[in-house]
Design a protein around this ligand. Structure first.
Ligand SMILES: [Mg+2]
Length: 441
């Protein structure tokens, strides 16, 4: 029996529900529904006009319905009257294939057919900035190496503590908060979980950080590179694959502690990352972060080439510990569902075709990249990423050609809009267009 939201509303004194979904550009959209109407909405869903969002639809299409997933319910710790729900989109009784949560669920289904589940954790970096987005909120945060700066962290104690308290209250098991490598940049970590749960939490985390920052008179941004001289906002993922309670990535006899299945999965990731950049680094601004010139702190902490290694942050994939790897490619604008879906799709191709990731490289990739001229490079701008996605047979097969076509169509129209008045040049300051369109990503 699914949970009865009407009963839950009464028991928890929830007055309103946010029935939400995320479109292909990662925009979180909702209807605010009074508790007395939630019974019908749980059955039939909340109605939306698809064309009004970033989904590939026309104004003539029928309404789509967001059917809430009761397992995703979170009672807002800072406003207990409201319950937040992730929903799945349906149109004419069928799931909307080119919608991110459905795309992830499809990949999870394929994986479960092999009796496998992916678990992951995400590390969402963000900046605290001024209202207009032109400067950092903390004028004193100016150290050239500001990472882990205790004073700058503690000047934001009230906000960081409130966010962390919320995560404790809703049972996410947060375990650390810090000032990151750029001035004005922070990261907060909570426990890993099944990929769908992590994706829903990732969506909620961004909403929570932005909402609570506003409450404290600040603005939070997950934009990949709001300031061209500072380290960008990454969104690294730690990945493992399980069968029930057994971590199928773990092999204690292997030098890096990974199983054959894990290496095949890695092979799939490395084989598909150029095309997956269109999902993982989906905005024009994303390409100021990868293949980027050095920052004020001395390193970009983001990859340029496709390589893997042990515990070394200069490569795209790091194996920090036995039984998991960290993919460091994604940025703060990545769609939380497509981030997880892309990893599963690529990993499954690796498992199915027994792909070999090659040997790990042990070097400082930021300095030694010239010694490895044959390594595949990451795309240099969103155009290249879209072309690689267009040419990827594996991703077309994994998601369906129509779904990929929809994504490319919407992205291409966005790029066209940017090009009306701009040229992308990562050595020039961040354009107003990028700020207008990405600060709230
Ligand atoms: Mg970090």
């Amino acid at each position: 029996m699914p949970k009865n939201l009407s009963k839950i509303a009464k028991a928890k004194k929830i007055k309103y529900f946010l029935i939400s979904f995320v479109d292909l550009f990662g925009v979180l959209r909702s209807k605010l529904v009074p508790a007395q109407a939630i019974g019908d909405m749980q059955k039939d869903g909340a109605g939306f006009a698809g064309f009004a969002t970033w989904l590939d639809m026309t104004p003539a299409d029928s309404d789509m319905f967001g059917v809430p997933d009761p397992d995703s319910l979170i009672q807002l710790p800072w406003n207990k009257e409201i319950g937040w729900l992730a929903s799945d989109l349906y149109m004419d009784g069928k799931p909307v294939k080119a919608s991110p949560r459905i795309m992830l669920k499809e990949q999870i289904k394929k994986m479960s057919q092999k009796k496998l589940q992916m678990k992951s954790g995400v590390e969402c970096e963000y900046f605290l900035i001024s209202e207009d987005g032109h400067s950092l909120a903390d004028k004193r945060d100016i150290q050239s190496k500001p990472c882990y700066d205790q004073s700058a962290l503690m000047r934001r104690y009230d906000l960081i503590k409130e966010i962390c308290d919320c995560m404790l209250e809703i049972g996410w098991k947060p375990y650390q908060n810090d000032h990151e490598d750029a001035n004005g940049q922070f990261e907060m970590n909570w426990d890993y979980s099944d990929s769908l749960i992590t994706a829903d939490r990732h969506v909620f985390f961004k909403f929570m950080v932005k909402s609570l920052a506003e409450k404290h008179g600040l603005r939070a941004t997950f934009m990949p590179k709001p300031f061209s001289n500072l380290t960008g906002n990454g969104c690294h993922a730690h990945v493992s694959v399980w069968n029930g309670k057994t971590n199928k990535f773990l092999d204690n006899k292997d030098q890096l502690g990974l199983s054959k299945l894990a290496y095949n999965f890695l092979g799939g990731i490395m084989n598909n990352t150029q095309a997956l950049s269109a999902f993982f680094n989906p905005t024009i601004n994303s390409y100021r972060r990868i293949n980027a010139p050095p920052t004020k702190s001395g390193a970009t902490w983001s990859p340029s080439s496709i390589s893997y290694t042990g515990n070394n942050r200069t490569h795209m994939i790091r194996i920090p510990d036995k039984g998991r790897f960290e993919l460091r490619l994604m940025d703060g604008s990545a769609n939380p569902y497509l981030l997880q879906a892309g990893i599963i799709a690529a990993g499954l191709e690796g498992i199915n075709k027994k792909l070999n990731p090659g040997k790990p490289l042990y070097c400082n990739m930021y300095e030694d990249y010239k010694k490895y001229p044959n390594l595949k490079k990451l795309p240099n701008d969103i155009n290249q990423a879209i072309i690689m996605l267009k040419n990827s047979k594996a991703l077309s097969k994994a998601f369906g050609a129509d779904v990929i076509k929809s994504y490319i169509k919407l992205k291409s129209s966005e790029i066209k809009n940017f090009k009306l008045k701009n040229n992308f040049n990562k050595r020039k300051p961040v354009s107003q267009w990028e700020k207008d369109n990405t600060l709230d990503c």
